[in-house]
Every structure is written in C-alpha cells, then in structure tokens.
Design a protein around this ligand. Structure first.
Ligand code: SF4
Length: 333
C-alpha cells in the first residue's frame, strides 16, 4: 500500500535495523550502509535458484541471502536514516528492489522521500529497466544502480536465473542493461553482483570481472550461500582457497594492477599466475584490502554470506594481522 506517493512499509536488514535504532540487539560489525528491501506480500516475479524471494522458492519471504528483513513503517525508517547519517554512522542507503509490476514507482517514491529529508548516497539493485526509466531515477536522486549478473557465464546464468529455471532474465539483456546504466549514471557509478561458487572456473570469473572493468561497471563479489527452500539449497559454499584467489584477482584487476591477458590459468581454469610481481602480490595480500567486502562505496554487508563464527568470506571491516596471516596460509603464500 502506498501513502503520500511512497510505500507505507519497507523491509530493513536486521543488522541495519539495529544500527538505525529500530531494533534492539548487539552487532559484531556495524553496517556502513543501510540495507532496505521493497516490501510486498507476494514473492518476486523472477525465480533465481539461490534466492529465498524467488517465485517458486519455499524459503522465508523475510529473507534475502542469509539475512532476515523485518518490516517497518517507511516514515520511521527514513527518520532513523536521517539521524544515522547526521551521526556519521550511515554513508549510503541500498535499496534491493525485487521484480514486480509497481517496483519502478515504489522505488522512486521511497528515494524521493529519503532525499527530501537527508542528503545521502542511494544505490538501487534492480532488474534491467531501460535508459528512460533510469534517467528518471537519477533525477529523483538515485546515485548508483546495480544490475546483477550473479553468474559468471551465460550457461550458468541460464541455469540459475534465466530460461532453464523459468526466470525472465537473459544474459545478453543484462549486459546491455549494464552498458545502458553506465551511459546514464557514468563510468564507475554502476555495480553488478557476481556470485562465486555456482560451478564456474576462476578463469571464467576473471574474464567476467575484466568485462565489467572494460565496460565501466564495478563487480561486487558474493560467496554462494545455500538457503533452505531455494532450488540450490543443497549446493555447497565455495572452497575458501578458491574464494580468496578470486578476491585477490578481483582486487588486482579492479585496481588495474593486472589484466586478464597477463594472467595464467591451468587446464581447470585455476589461477596459476596473477600477472603481477611477487612483491605486488604480497603487498596486496598484506594490506588485507582484497578480502574486504566489495561493492558500491561504503557497502560492507556484514554477515550477508557468512555466520558470525566464520569463516568470513567478505570482511566487513579492516582485517586483523592474524586474519591476514591465516589468509596467506590458505593461499599458500
Ligand atoms: S554493492 Fe552493496 S550497496 Fe551496491 S547494490 Fe550491491 S548490496 Fe547494494
């Protein structure tokens, strides 16, 4: 239901809700972005195999990845965002928009409402919309959009969110939509999500990361997380060593310290050479930066892919020295 041209209620990730003071609780790591999810009784009209919001998923409707998203009145949420931005706690608002008929107007109303009271960067994770609609969102204050590829190859895409699973998405359309988004929002102001652990090789991931960089799109890495009730509920999480190599390659590629042509892979597509000197490789690893959450600026998604007890695929904060040492061991350095 909509009042004053914005949705009356919105879902807020539990961590964000605690940060915003909407819920009581303790946080192991504070989110630096407030994560919101559009609220509706029905599930998403898409059918992604990893997502509890998917049309055919039997998963909980208040979940996205392994996070729960309780519902709150939008007015209260916006007031809390206003206070948290003033206090310097929140640097960005991320709206996960789902796929349903009124989503364009609902997101527009919500962004207008937020921007009418507080100057904060807003990212919207959305389906392909076309340039004209994106221009309208930009005008009302959306600063970045993210259009998810999720899969690293067209074949895996078809299996997990495209035609083979009854989903509305097509690989070529997503690539086209990302390019259109770059035309509207500018190079470096568009993100995509890539899920590691859907059966792709490291080489395929690096090739897609390179495509993103060449196209002005920033790829955010996620570790596949099995959620009860989804098609992929029995699929396992990626091996930590595989994830760490991909994170390191992602860091070196996005920081333009290497490129796919300089990298080498074995017959199974595993990285054998990152295309940089040993000194550069160790410097990057020692900084711990490659292993922090990647995405829009200030997006740290605490415990989105992992249990608080670990292992932490994406660190939502600066790493401790002993954590870097452990990662070096995992990488065989
Ligand atoms: S990278 Fe983070 S802030 Fe950006 S759309 Fe994805 S979850 Fe939201």
């Amino acid at each position: 239901m909509t009042t004053n041209n914005y949705p009356e209620t919105v879902r807020v990730s539990t961590g964000s809700a605690i940060m915003l003071g909407l819920l009581k609780g303790k946080l192991d790591a504070e989110p630096t972005t407030a994560y919101l999810l559009m609220c509706r009784a029905e599930k998403c009209s898409a059918n992604c195999g990893f997502c509890p919001q998917a049309r055919k998923s039997k998963g909980r409707a208040d979940m996205l990845s392994r996070v729960t998203w309780p519902t709150f009145p939008t007015k209260k949420v916006v007031e809390a965002i206003q206070t948290s931005v003033k206090d310097g706690k929140i640097k960005r608002v991320c709206i996960q928009s789902l796929n349903y008929p009124q989503v364009f107007d609902d997101v527009m109303g919500l962004v207008k409402r937020i921007k009418s009271v507080v100057d904060v960067a807003v990212s919207v994770s959305c389906k392909p919309l076309g340039s004209n609609k994106m221009k309208v969102w930009k005008e009302v204050g959306v600063n970045r959009v993210s259009i998810a590829l999720d899969a690293a190859t067209p074949e895996i895409f078809d299996e997990v969110k495209g035609k083979n699973i009854g989903g509305p998405y097509r690989w070529e359309n997503q690539l086209e939509a990302l390019k259109e988004a770059v035309n509207v929002f500018g190079q470096g102001s568009v993100s995509t999500h890539l899920i590691v652990g859907l059966g792709e090789t490291e080489k395929q991931l690096c090739q897609t990361i390179q495509w993103c960089i060449n196209s002005g799109v920033y790829p955010a890495l996620f570790a596949f997380t099995p959620i009860a009730g989804t098609t992929l509920e029995n699929h396992s999480q990626p091996a930590l060593s595989h994830y760490r190599r991909v994170q390191l390659a992602h860091y070196l590629l996005t920081h333009k310290k290497t490129c796919i042509e300089k990298m080498q892979f074995d017959k199974d597509g595993k990285i054998t050479d990152f295309g940089v000197s040993k000194e550069q490789l160790y410097e990057a690893t020692d900084s711990g930066e490659p292993f922090r959450t990647s995405g829009c600026p200030s997006c740290n998604r605490p415990y989105y892919n992992e249990r608080p007890g670990g292992p932490l695929y994406n660190y939502p904060r600066k790493l401790l020295a002993e954590e870097v040492e452990k990662i070096k061991k995992t990488l065989g350095f």
